[in-house]
Design a protein around this ligand. Structure first.
Ligand code: IDP
Length: 142
């Protein structure tokens, strides 16, 4: 299977509750290598641009408010089959529907405040990684 990269965000609800370290440890324990990382506080325009595909939906304004409510931690994770395996690790969007042992089941507060983001396919991974990182900020090893 091919080595892939995916974009992960530790979202405001998790940052506010000081869960960054525990969540990053889960990534590494599951075999994901952190090859880029930064913490930032999204502007409204940045949050709207990142979630542009959801513009017009009923939850969009609340999603933007939430994503700008506190800092986030953005990482690029590398692994074989990283995109699919990371979606499995975080679980369903709604924590009540997320499988036991997933990050959202363990940490998320609600369908909006669901602690983590992960790219949902190869083209969104490419777009989302480029949204936050210059190529020179990504540090793959061996
Ligand atoms: P995903 O994060 O599991 O890929 P998406 O459907 O891409 O889910 O939605 C992006 C984010 O928007 C979700 O993670 C969640 O924070 C929020 N969201 C999605 N659907 C709803 C909803 O029905 N109500 C409230 N918030 C939602």
């Amino acid at each position: 299977m091919a080595l892939e990269q995916t974009l992960s965000i530790i979202k405001p609800d998790a940052v506010k509750r000081d869960l960054i370290g525990r969540i990053l440890a889960r990534f590494e324990a599951e075999g994901f290598r952190i090859v880029a990382a930064k913490m930032l506080h999204l502007s409204e325009a940045q949050a709207q641009g990142f979630y542009a595909e959801h513009e017009g939906k009923a939850f969009f304004a609340g999603l933007v408010d939430y994503m700008t409510s506190a800092p986030i931690m953005v990482t690029v994770l590398e692994k074989e089959n990283a995109i699919g395996d990371y979606r499995t690790l975080i679980g369903a969007t709604n924590p009540e529907e997320a499988a036991p042992g997933t990050i959202r089941r363990d940490f998320a507060l609600s369908k909006t405040q669901n602690s983590v983001h992960g790219s949902d396919g190869p083209s969104s991974a490419e777009r989302e990684i480029a949204y936050f990182f210059a190529e020179s900020e990504i540090c793959p090893r061996d």
